[in-house]
Design a protein around this ligand. Structure first.
Ligand SMILES: [Zn+2]
Length: 290
């Protein structure tokens, strides 16, 4: 009797085992590239059912994943901060419903983004005690934003350029201001006359509207899915804290407020806290449903 049970048990095991490994093999994970440079992002695609929501982690943070109907797969962004140390970093993909778990390795490479040399009013560079105190307080307020609740995405397709004009300042350049090394450029500068309209790059919620020492009239949008966009040196801001905005909505006007030499839009993006090139977000999100 015991032997019959044992045979039956083994038979069931053999029947189940191939089924289980087959379902694991079906979970295909793709990356738009096996490597990225610091300050950039790539796309992760996980072929899994809508009801089989996978989990993915990169540098110990959960990557928000969004289901793409057109692709029948889950997608998200893997982003490396501008100051990320080059090296190989692990991505862990899990499917809680089937127990599937697999590790992948993505290389972050260094990149020489070049240098920008600026001459500014020394008062705006070598700050007195009062300005230093002000800038410090403002930095603390902005730093709070990166830990805001961000999982639920308010978007599921391509992001827009905020101003459709020439890029006059590229992302990532080291800065030398009045012959001294300063923080690198963490956004892109788009040319614009004072008063030109600035569009929301996607649906979002206004996180912060402020007049800051360096960035002038500044606006921060939370798009969910841990994507935050920011717009600096604005002449006017047309929305207020907590407002819901739609993709393409005019949220402000180009200006020359804060520490600038001439009117332009400084536009930055953070993905899961990482400072990345906003132009790559435009490019990759445009392929969301491909
Ligand atoms: Zn800038």
């Amino acid at each position: 009797m015991i032997r019959t049970y044992a045979v039956f048990f083994l038979a069931v095991c053999f029947l189940l085992m191939p089924l289980k490994s087959e379902s694991s093999d079906e979970t295909k994970v793709f990356f738009s590239s096996a490597s990225l440079v610091r300050g950039d992002l790539i796309l992760i695609t996980i072929h899994a059912d809508l009801l089989e929501k996978p989990l993915a982690f990169w540098m110990k943070k959960e990557i928000p994943l969004i289901y793409s109907q057109a692709n029948a797969s889950w997608r998200g962004f893997i982003a490396a901060d501008l100051k990320q140390k080059p090296g190989v970093y692990k991505v862990v993909v899990q499917l809680p419903s089937s127990g599937f778990e697999k590790e992948f390795y993505i290389r972050v490479n260094d990149r020489d983004y070049g240098v920008r040399k600026l001459k500014l009013d020394p008062k705006k560079v070598d700050l007195d005690a009062e300005a230093l105190n002000r800038a410090g307080n403002e930095a603390a307020i902005v730093n709070e934003l990166w830990t805001a609740d961000c999982q639920l995405p308010l978007w599921d397709d391509g992001f827009l350029m905020p101003v459709d004009k020439k890029i006059v300042g590229t992302f990532g350049r080291r800065s030398i201001i009045n012959k001294r090394k300063r923080a690198p450029h963490t956004g892109v500068d788009i040319s614009g006359k004072s008063g030109d309209p600035v569009k929301a790059i996607h649906n979002g919620t206004v996180m912060l509207v402020a007049d800051h020492f360096f960035t002038g009239n500044s606006l921060y949008l939370n798009h969910g899915g841990c994507i935050i966009s920011m717009y600096f040196h604005l002449d006017k801001i047309l929305v207020k804290n907590g407002d819901k905005v739609e993709k393409g909505q005019i949220i402000g006007l180009v200006g020359a407020t804060g520490r600038v030499t001439e009117s332009h839009l400084h536009w930055g993006v953070r993905i899961n806290g990482a400072r990345v090139n906003p132009l790559t977000l435009i490019k990759l999100s445009g392929k969301w449903d491909e």
